[in-house]
Design a protein around this ligand. Structure first.
Ligand code: NAP
Length: 285
């Protein structure tokens, strides 16, 4: 069914030109018959975030996605924060309900839905995460929500990893190590899943990978890299060649987008169109 109703959406960030969101959402809106739904990249300097958030209301935007560097700072300008975004401490989606702005974090549901699609049950698992940055917070919260038995964070900066672990101790069994330590190498040997949340291996540095010896992993452990460009990173290629099951970051990206689309429209998008669009853009990069 074609709808002529006008609604505006965008992605706020700086820089924002690299964002895949405009093409992904536009394709989904078009497929759903929302011919007057506009989606634009909104380049917002850090010092102008407050004015930009006010403009969401002034210009009657239905919603915006939020990316670097505004994911944590935007919260103080919003009227309400959803429970997941509150725990994670970052907002990646804002919905405008008649001037009331609510912040959400759809990365956590994207991460968990991607695991579910891959038939991996996090309940009771031993999970090892690499990296302690922004995306790691959503991954860690997802694992805590699903009651992973033990979650180990390995990072190059053990102080940062410890600080992240401390933030989530109340939600589960979380520990942290220097990823070069012998203790960390021992823990890898009991992992059911290894998740890379660092940008090591992301375009253009596609020959990089985190310094873990994948051969230490037990047979059948899932190797999950949340990087989506390239779709198969060096980490995943190495894991696949060693015979481990792998999961790339494209499904998390798509499924967090699906969740934001649902929050914006109350409907689910055509995932086939969204997947095709993203794969096409990534193939050109
Ligand atoms: P971030 O906040 O900058 O965190 C990056 C983490 O990786 C930090 O712990 C950082 O360590 C570590 N790191 C960065 N460069 C490193 C290096 N050269 N060697 C060792 N460690 C390094 O980034 P983010 O927002 O979490 O994003 C991380 C990755 O996740 C990106 O590739 C992003 O595209 C991907 N991502 C994917 C999705 C998805 O939907 N699939 C969603 C979100 C993010 P320090 O703290 O020591 O610097």
């Amino acid at each position: 069914m074609v709808s002529s109703e006008i609604k505006n959406f965008g992605v706020m960030g700086y820089p924002v030109g690299h964002s895949l969101s405009p093409q992904m959402y536009k394709a989904a809106f078009e497929a759903a018959g929302f011919i007057n739904y506009n989606y634009i990249p909104l380049q917002v300097h850090a010092g102008k975030l407050f004015m930009a958030v006010e403009a969401i209301k002034g210009l009657d935007f239905r919603g915006v996605n939020v990316t670097i560097p505004h994911k944590t700072t935007i919260s103080k300008y919003l009227d309400a924060i959803d429970a997941d975004a509150l725990v994670i401490g970052a907002v990646n989606t804002v919905v405008n309900d008649g001037g009331m702005l609510t912040g959400y974090n759809t990365d956590v549901s994207g991460f968990l839905m991607a695991l579910a699609e891959a038939n991996f049950l996090p309940e009771g698992c031993n999970a090892v995460m690499l990296g302690a940055g922004g995306a790691a917070r959503a991954v860690l919260w997802g694992l805590c929500k699903k009651r992973a038995e033990c979650i180990t964070i390995g990072a190059r900066n053990p102080q940062k990893a410890q600080a992240l672990a401390n933030d989530f101790l109340q939600y589960g069994h979380v520990e942290s190590f220097d990823w070069n330590s012998d203790e960390f190498k021992e823990i890898i040997q009991t992992a059911d899943i290894l998740i890379n949340t660092t940008p090591l291996g992301m375009y253009p540095l596609v020959d990089d990978m985190p310094p873990v010896d994948l051969k230490l992993l037990p047979e059948g452990a899932l190797v999950y890299d949340i990087i989506y460009n390239p779709i198969e990173t060096k980490l995943l290629r190495t894991a696949r060649e060693l015979g481990y099951p792998t999961l790339d970051g494209l499904s998390m990206l798509l499924l967090q987008g699906q969740e934001a689309y649902r929050l914006y429209t109350g409907e689910l998008p055509d995932m086939e169109i969204m997947t095709k669009t993203l794969k096409k853009i990534l193939a050109q990069k």
